[in-house]
Write a protein that binds this ligand. Structure first.
Ligand code: CP
Length: 322
């Protein structure tokens, strides 16, 4: 049994989309849908996590993930502590000691972003019973709430996953988002998940992930219903994996004209932050096909869903609240 699932098969932590029961993934989306209804009202808060304390523990920078986790917790009436950990000011304290001290303040949930793969699971294995850990991105490994907010956005725009061809373009090798997306989209029944990248930006285990691989952008985009651009993660690259950004844009940059080979109603997504003119053209990022800002908005409802589920607040309760 995985550390993120309790003996009843319920979500105890949320660390990865890999191997998760499709019914659990579907429940996250359905619960998020009920919270999206709450967020559309003039009073956007519900008392489901009143009296609970959520600690945002970010060892890496974040704009979207940290703030939408914070907003999600506040919409659920939880108390929120934001801790941006600057490794130069931690005074040598171990991760475990930091965790124990924060737990001593009766934290109920840790939202963890860390540059090391496996860091969120390490936290999950060391927290007290009843305390939940949510992975907000660990190294190259996983970013499960990003994948679920992407799935939620796709379902809202396209309906059922079964007929969809979903193309993920760019730096797959260093992308925790791509890994979590591939696992989630396949589990949710997507017709085909494609990755499009030069060989230097594909991970060594790409053949085991469940995606069809394309080196050629035009071939990979053909008839795609959903096109997801990924950022070039220069900060994680070791050595020269690319000739240069303009050369990369010429071969793999998404533009309106490149999208002509995709389905005429294809949507364009990007988890952010965007490098305009590197992986995506501004006209496309800001154009009518783009649902990039919807992704950000949907992150709040999806994170509310996951926060309630790991603390055992029933989806029915959430529906009643809406
Ligand atoms: N998509 C994403 O993880 O963005 P942030 O780094 O801003 O959180």
């Amino acid at each position: 049994m995985s550390v993120q699932i309790d003996p009843r098969g319920e979500l105890r932590h949320f660390l990865t989309t890999e191997g998760l029961d499709p019914r659990l993934l579907g429940r996250i989306l359905d619960t998020a849908e009920s919270f999206a209804g709450v967020l559309g009202k003039s009073v956007k808060t519900v008392p489901l996590l009143r009296g609970r304390t959520v600690v945002n523990l970010f060892f890496e920078s974040s704009t979207r993930t940290r703030t939408t986790f914070e907003l999600a917790a506040k919409r659920l009436s939880a108390d929120v502590l934001n801790i941006a950990v600057d490794t130069t000011t931690t005074k040598g304290e171990s991760l475990l000691d930091m965790l124990r001290n924060l737990q001593a303040m009766q934290a109920d949930m840790f939202v963890v972003r860390h540059p090391q793969s496996g860091a969120a699971e390490y936290f999950a294995r060391h927290v007290d019973p009843g305390v939940a850990v949510l992975n907000a991105g660990d190294g190259w490994h996983a970013h499960p709430t990003q994948a679920m907010l992407d799935a939620f956005t796709i379902r809202r725009h396209k309906g059922a996953f079964e007929p969809l061809r979903i193309a993920i373009v760019g730096d797959i090798r260093h992308s925790r988002v791509a890994r979590s997306q591939i696992h989630a989209f396949n589990a949710l029944g997507a017709g085909e998940v494609r990755v499009i990248a030069p060989d230097t930006l594909l991970p060594a285990d790409i053949d085991t992930l469940g995606a069809r691989v394309y080196n050629d952008l035009n071939a990979g985009l053909r008839d795609a219903d959903v096109v997801i651009a990924l950022r070039l993660q220069r900060e994680r690259m070791q050595g020269a994996l690319l000739p240069g950004e303009s050369e990369y844009f010429r071969h793999y940059g998404l533009t309106e004209s490149r999208l002509r080979g995709a389905h005429p109603e294809a949507i364009v997504m990007h988890p952010g932050p965007i490098n305009r003119g590197v992986e995506i053209d501004s006209a496309l990022a800001d154009g009518p096909r783009s649902v990039i800002l919807d992704q950000v908005t949907n992150g709040i409802a999806v994170r509310m869903a996951v926060m309630t589920m790991v603390l055992g607040v029933q989806p029915d309760t959430a529906r009643e609240a809406s």
